[in-house]
Design a protein around this ligand. Structure first.
Ligand SMILES: Nc1nc2c(c(=O)[nH]1)N(C=O)[C@@H](CNc1ccc(C(=O)N[C@@H](CCC(=O)O)C(=O)O)cc1)CN2
Ligand SMILES: Nc1nc2c(ncn2[C@@H]2O[C@H](COP(=O)(O)OP(=O)(O)OP(=O)(O)O)[C@@H](O)[C@H]2O)c(=O)[nH]1
Ligand SMILES: [Mg+2]
Length: 458
């Protein structure tokens, strides 16, 4: 953390503006070697948090590299809580790389992915759930994903977790007082009162765990597999939902050979839809690998959209497919409903009892609004509409599950009148899990796992 890091903070490529960001003790001295304010002004006297116009000059040749705006941040009032300089130059890939090179030559080190945010975390600006929210915000693909990331970044989850942490800490200090002054001991009533406090925390943790279904849907969307025998219109349906010609559509069965994944927004949520190769009996060799991939997509899917051709009778390939998706959450779609119906609904209902099939036409768009309605409703089934804190990652869920397990032991020990020391051990375990979730305590490996997902410059 003692060295000064630098990176291009904007996507590589051509654009309006690029930003080179420098953070650390030498951020200003390094920038001073390259920046000439116009009109002239010493870098140290440049006011923080204001854009200052000037030029980046190559220190060796004195040639102007770019016309820029520079922003100085004075520790701890910056994103990383360190001295920071941002150089906002023109948005060319070469000029950005050239300025970065001069910054590195002047003594900075190239930042690792996520290193700016890692420093923000290590310097206490953000806790671990907030740092994760930064990544989630960047990856957000829907309004719900965005709102949940922003709320987490602003500390909604942190506040809730810290509140629970502090309440457990208060119980622990009562216990520790009893351990330190054993002659006073804990009476039965006091223990019962403590058990009550712990139970209340446990209940809130369980409620938080229950938000994971919603949080996952907001953050990741749902994985949906489009499956069906060849030529029923799976790729046509993907294109219709995307409102663009993404997948190849032809009248020939076996057109789609490989799985194709696309994001489709439905209102304020999103789906990751996988178009797959048609499943059928006796496939040709080249289709076999495609079918293997279809099966993998099906395993990963939260829901299967099972497409049937309403304009031809049910056949052995349809039955093969229906067997394949048995037990899996799915919607039955009768496509090509713009043509005369040939598929016998009665037979279908016998073979596949459950949800009523939906008539659609990928080419005319009939029934697609209803499909989207049903998908949306199904995704949010059982999701409370409240504005409370939500957990979004398996890491959160696992930590909370471990905490609540330890608290169950605490309650049992208190109820069973076991020694205070034993109770304290389990209470400490619960605190460690909650603390780990917030990053109060951490191991380097966990930070690597979290920050490796970030881009360079973040
Ligand atoms: N140009 C630029 N845009 C950006 C960022 C940035 O670092 N630079 N951000 C990040 O990548 C995000 C904004 N987040 C930020 C969070 C805190 C501070 C900051 O300097 N806070 C100080 C000073 C605030 C003040 O007093 O005005 C502080 O809170 O102490 C800056 C950006 C998104 N946009
Ligand atoms: N009339 C009508 N034709 C459709 C409809 N949907 C798709 N088709 C036609 O059916 C044929 C096959 O469509 P695709 O979307 O390629 O079917 P697929 O299920 O992806 O086929 P494979 O990739 O081979 O498994 C094409 O000629 C489409 O134009 C529909 O709703 N109505
Ligand atoms: Mg296809």
């Amino acid at each position: 953390m003692d060295d000064t890091i630098a990176a291009i903070a904007t996507p590589l490529g051509e654009g309006g503006i690029h930003i080179v960001r420098i953070s650390g003790k030498n951020a200003w001295p390094i920038a001073s070697k390259l920046f000439r304010a116009a009109p002239p002004q010493a870098t140290d006297s440049i006011p923080p948090l204001k854009a200052t116009f000037g030029h980046i000059v190559d220190p060796e040749t004195q040639r102007v590299l770019d016309e820029v705006l520079l922003i100085r941040f004075e520790a701890p009032r910056s994103y990383t809580c360190e001295d920071v300089v941002e150089i906002h130059g023109h948005g060319g890939a070469f000029v950005a790389a050239r300025i970065l090179q001069s910054v590195l030559d002047a003594g900075a080190r190239l930042a690792q992915p996520g290193e700016f945010t890692r420093r923000a975390f290590l310097n206490g600006r953000l806790d671990l759930t907030q740092a994760e929210a930064v990544a989630d915000l960047i990856h957000a693909a829907s309004d719900k994903a965005l709102a949940s990331a922003v709320s987490q970044l602003q500390g909604k989850l942190s506040e809730t977790l810290n509140g629970l942490y502090d309440r457990l800490l208060a119980v622990l200090s009562q216990l520790e007082a009893a351990i330190d002054f054993p002659e006073e001991g804990l009476e039965f009533e006091r223990k019962q009162a403590m058990a009550g406090q712990v139970r209340a925390v446990q209940k809130e943790i369980d409620q938080l765990i229950a938000t994971f279904r919603a949080g996952r849907i907001y953050r990741e969307g749902w994985n949906v597999a489009l499956v069906g025998k060849p030529n029923v219109g799976k790729s046509s349906l993907l294109n219709a939902l995307l409102k663009e010609d993404r997948a190849i559509v032809t009248p020939h069965p076996g057109t789609t050979r490989d799985v194709l994944e696309e994001r489709v927004r439905i209102r304020d949520l999103h789906l990751n839809i996988v178009d797959t190769a048609g499943i059928r009996h006796q496939p040709e060799e080249i289709e076999e690998e495609g079918i293997r991939r279809t099966r993998r997509a099906l395993e990963k899917a939260d829901l299967a959209l099972v497409v049937l051709d309403a304009s031809s009778p049910l056949d052995g390939n349809d039955t093969l497919l229906l067997d394949e998706v048995k037990g899996k959450p799915c919607f039955l779609l009768l496509n090509k409903s713009d043509r005369p119906a040939q598929l016998d609904i009665q037979t279908l209902a016998q073979k596949f009892p459950g949800e009523a099939p939906l008539n659609i036409s990928a080419t005319t768009g009939a029934g697609l609004d209803t499909l989207v309605d049903r998908l949306y409703t199904r995704m949010l089934e059982g999701v409370p509409s409240g504005e409370g804190a939500v957990i979004t990652r398996e890491r959160h869920r696992a930590a909370l599950a471990n905490a609540t397990e330890a608290l169950a032991n605490v309650v049992n020990s208190l109820d069973g009148d076991l020694s205070e020391d034993l109770v304290a051990v389990d209470l400490n375990t619960a605190l460690e899990h909650l603390g780990g979730l917030l990053g109060k305590t951490f191991v380097e490996d966990l930070l690597d796992q979290i920050f490796d997902d970030f881009c360079i410059g973040k």
